[in-house]
Design a protein around this ligand. Structure first.
Ligand code: ASC
Length: 129
């Protein structure tokens, strides 16, 4: 059974909130604002990877989730659903490559830069201001 629309919205926003915190920790390490710590980096990388495809696969953009609760979701998510899914898949593919890269600061930096592009790729087109 599908969750209620407002719960789907909460779910996808929660996943992105948790993801953003973990991206923030890894970014701080990449910038040198936080000392690189392999275990912590891998833990946050795994969190990002694990959460990355849930909004798509667990049902979080279903009917009625384009309005109601506060959402910045752009109507194009539904009008060009295949393109949205492709952009989301790029993010998830990049996210799932993070854990293997997070054990080394240089490979983490590269992987994180790639991930950032896929975040932005979706947000530019599918998140309203
Ligand atoms: C973050 C965050 C995003 C991305 C994006 C990368 O930490 O919340 O949406 O990184 O800014 O381009």
């Amino acid at each position: 059974a599908q969750a209620k629309p407002e719960d789907q919205i909460k779910y996808r926003q929660s996943a992105m909130t948790v993801t953003a915190r973990s991206v923030g920790v890894l970014s701080a390490m990449a910038k040198g604002d936080l000392p690189f710590n392999k275990e912590l980096a891998q833990r946050h990388a795994s969190t990002i990877a694990d959460l990355s495809d849930l909004p798509l696969t667990a049902g979080a953009y279903g009917p009625g989730t384009d309005k109601g609760a506060p959402t910045k979701a752009d109507p194009k998510i539904w009008s060009e659903a295949d393109k949205f899914k492709a952009a989301f898949d790029k993010f998830s593919t990049s996210a799932r490559s993070l854990p293997a890269a997070a054990g080394d600061l240089n490979s983490l930096k590269t992987a994180l830069a790639d991930l950032g592009k896929t975040c932005k790729g979706c947000h530019d087109d599918y998140r309203m201001k």
